[in-house]
Ligand binder design. Sequence first.
Ligand code: SAM
Length: 285
Amino acid sequence: MGQSGVLYLVATPIGNRGDISARAREILAAAGVVAAEDTRHSGRLLRDLGLERPLVSLHEHNERARAAELVARLKAGESVALVSDAGTPLVSDPGFPLVRAAVAAGIAVVPVPGPCAAIAALSASGLPVERFCFEGFLPARAAARRQRLAELAAEPRTLVLYEAPHRLAASLEDLAAALGADRRACIARELTKVHESFYRGGLGELADRARSDPDLKRGESVIVVEGAPAAAGGATRLDETLAVLLRHLPPSAAAAVAAELTGARRNDAYARALEMAEKPARESP
Ligand code: SAM
């Protein structure tokens, strides 16, 4: 059997066409086929780059069937470049079934990194970046959405969310209600485009602004929210959580769960779990 082709995941601009990388252009130019979320949209990008490549669609409604077809072409030696409408494929975009099938078939999967709205927004947000949590789109259904927000309220890492323009104000209101009106946030709107703008403030203030300022509802936005402050009495909370978990789990597992629940560092939780697990043994007669 001949050599398999390579599946390239090619990031494309999120607005400014100048953000296409030289490597992305090279890979697209040499691809046997370009799999695109919207072939008309990506056809225009290829034309602007002076390229003409065969295109096939791969979107949320056909991606499972298409994955099998493309893996067969990859196995036959053809190279495939996957692109989405904007930014990095698979990041709140189609492609995961294809990548999973390619990995399972032993095909080389090569990322060609570039624009991603989440990372661009995060980097300019002015909020802590060392640890962050990408949440994509909040669930559309009210109950699922409330549940997700309740889960996120105590998350200590910076949160990054995508949202559609017509839902931005409602999402900010829900976030303010669940995480607190004073929690600091940044809306990064129209990144890399002419009207790129950043709105920074408390979630309550930003929700009011989104309701009253028509500009904010126009165009695409990323919401970045500061993580929850370390709970007052964090050490007490860690001890209480570990005390319950250690009745059912060994120290390492109890520490992992407690760290996630309280926001404590995993090493600290583990050290404390070992101390607490040893104590009763030493105290018993
Ligand atoms: N794969 C893309 C990426 O890497 O960023 C994201 C695709 S997702 C379907 C679309 C969402 O990304 C939008 O609803 C918006 O939240 C965000 N987004 C995309 N382009 C943007 C831009 N230029 N400015 C701000 N947000 C953007």
